[in-house]
Design a protein around this ligand. Structure first.
Ligand code: ZN
Ligand code: ZN
Length: 435
């Protein structure tokens, strides 16, 4: 099955794989992408892009879901050990990771934003037989972290796309902006990017994902909807510790409050208005066997098919957190850790994508799908709408091993060439000069 490649040659195909494997070997979780950002900045700089990072990229403001201090320290040390200069780390720490690369082709013309996410996950990668990254020797060298969602591939495609546009700069008009977004996982970084100023006066905002929506290899889909609205909350239960047998009555048991909350959160009634979800992903509590636990920490999320449904879930969740705390005489602090809304790709861009797929040959087919998950690309799209920009989100079918966010996850590396060709053709279509 042939794909008609106009922009992606054998060298680029090789480079895609090399870049993907390089990023795969050093996954970093959201807001801690120190080495990752450094590599991106170096690469874009070499291509002649105007590169923005640190506080020149993201403004102080919305910093949802900052990681725990001990994880940040550990990640900074690891990055430094792998050769990232201390000065660079200082510029991007405290929630200023990620980068933007801008190239202006002509005074007038469209502004095209390409967004790629860069974070890995706190997952320990599989060392089982049959897990290709392990067998081929490019599995994670950053203990406890893994690129288990394909963002390593997204970065490879983003950088190679930047290369294609840079090589073709004399044939393009307008301005290309590449956004390498931190902390997509948990929908934390999107709002910071939306507020960064890099969406301002955009005409097109494009993003995508490898291997979701149950597509087969060679299938490309424009997401027609189904982005689930979501809210992520960090919940701290604060009690009072006491001796477990000498004076249990003077304690306030935060662990029990949290446990009560977790069970009742999962008992929120479903809603007749559509799909809703709740998940408690983290519960940490207690210091020792004979101590009444005085703190408990919970990471929770709600989702809903619509904003209203997610609001319902969020309100019910918060009611239960307050109720459980009151029951055990504890205090509760609830922090917003991420949020994203619904999204549907623009109709004109869907039509363009269909034509592009048609022109890419019989190895590529086009579909329109519901996303069925959450993605904070929607926060960028909301901002883009203020400027009348058209936004679209695409998914690229890949023979995926394991499921996303599992230790066995891997995708078919051929997918990257298809995705790159697709975006290069889209860039040519939107920014190509007349001659
Ligand atoms: Zn993910
Ligand atoms: Zn992802």
């Amino acid at each position: 099955m042939g794909i008609n490649y106009r922009f992606v040659d054998e060298n680029l195909k090789k480079e895609l794989v090399e870049l993907r494997r390089m990023f795969h070997r050093f996954p970093e979780a959201g807001w801690m992408e120190f080495l990752t950002t450094c590599k991106i900045v170096e690469y874009l700089d070499r291509l002649g892009f105007k590169v923005f990072y640190g506080q020149n990229f993201l403004k102080p403001g919305q910093r949802w879901g900052q990681p725990l201090e001990r994880f940040v320290k550990e990640s900074m040390l690891n990055a430094e050990k792998h050769g990232v200069p201390r000065g660079f780390i200082d510029e991007v720490k405290n929630g200023f990771t990620g980068a933007a690369g801008v190239m202006r082709f002509s005074e007038s013309g469209p502004v095209c934003v390409f967004r790629f996410d860069i974070d890995g996950l706190r997952i320990t990668e599989s060392t089982k037989e049959g897990h290709r990254p392990f067998e081929l020797g490019f599995s994670s060298e950053n203990e406890n972290y893994m690129h288990a969602c394909g963002h390593d591939g997204h970065m490879a495609v983003g950088l190679c796309l930047a290369k294609i546009l840079s090589d073709n700069r004399h044939r393009l008009k307008g301005e290309a902006r590449f956004i390498f977004q931190p902390a997509e996982e948990g929908c934390r970084g999107g709002q910071a990017v939306a507020e960064s100023g890099f969406i301002e006066s955009a005409d097109y905002v494009l993003g995508g994902h490898i291997g979701v929506c149950s597509l087969k290899k060679g299938e490309t889909a424009a997401v027609k909807g189904g982005f689930l609205c979501t809210t992520k909350l960090d919940i701290h239960f604060l009690g009072h510790s006491a001796h477990a047998s000498n004076s249990p009555e003077s304690g306030r048991n935060a662990l029990l409050a949290a446990a009560e909350f977790v069970l009742s959160a999962n008992a929120i009634p479903r809603h007749s208005g559509g799909a809703t979800m709740v998940n408690i992903g983290v519960l940490n509590a207690g210091e020792g066997r004979n101590i009444i636990p005085d703190t408990a920490y919970v990471e929770a999320e709600t989702r809903g098919e619509t904003q209203r449904l997610n609001e319902y879930m969020k309100t019910e969740l918060i009611r239960r957190a307050n109720g459980a705390a009151a029951m055990y005489g504890c205090e509760v602090e609830i922090e917003m850790a991420g949020e994203a809304g619904g999204f549907a790709s623009n109709a004109d861009l869907k039509a363009a994508a269909k034509e592009i797929c048609g022109a890419m040959g019989e190895g590529v087919s086009y579909a329109e799908k519901n996303f069925g998950a959450s993605e904070d690309f929607s926060n960028l799209a909301v901002e883009a709408e203020k400027y009348g920009a058209k936004s679209a989100y695409f998914t690229f079918g890949s023979a995926v091993k394991g499921v996303h966010h599992s230790p066995e996850f891997d995708f078919d590396e051929d997918t990257m060439a298809l995705e790159l060709e697709f975006f290069a053709r889209a860039a040519q279509r939107f920014m190509g000069s007349e001659d």
